[in-house]
Design a binder for this molecule. Structure first.
Ligand SMILES: [Zn+2]
Length: 140
């Protein structure tokens, strides 16, 4: 084997050893929140898009953010925007939304977002329609 062949062989082996990152080809990429300040308020202008992509009740995410960020909220009449009545760091808002997605949308067993929230007696459960796993989640 020439040095070049050896090198190519080495590359091939290294590539095979890599974990298959792009498993199914379809990755879950919900829109990032667009956060704007209006006076002393914080507006999430693409809130409707976001909850639609996450397939979650808008009030659930609104309540979660209100609790996590310590701010009263209201939804605009058309449901498009969420308004938090405090001036909040957009990065912090984004971080809390990502935390919501990790806890209330993504199945911890298979990593897919095909889940629903169900109430089993007094417990909230994240039920995965892809793998069937049921994970208790904190109430909001
Ligand atoms: Zn699952």
């Amino acid at each position: 084997m020439s040095t070049r062949e050896e090198y190519l062989e080495m590359l091939r082996a290294a590539k095979e050893a890599l974990p298959d990152i792009i498993e199914s080809g379809e990755r879950f990429t919900p829109p990032r929140p667009i956060v704007r300040w209006e006076g002393k308020q914080t507006h999430i202008v693409n809130f409707k898009e976001l909850v639609t992509a996450l397939n979650r009740d808008p009030k659930l995410l609104a309540r979660y953010l209100s609790k996590e960020l310590g701010s009263p909220y209201f939804l605009t009449e058309d449901g498009r925007k969420l308004i938090l009545s405090r001036k909040l760091d957009p990065q912090l808002v984004d971080a809390r939304i990502q935390k919501f997605i990790r806890t209330y949308v993504i199945c911890p067993h298979c990593g897919r977002p095909d889940t629903v929230i169900v109430k089993v007696r007094r417990t909230w459960v994240l039920r995965c329609t892809a793998c069937g796993a049921e994970t208790p989640i904190p109430k909001i």
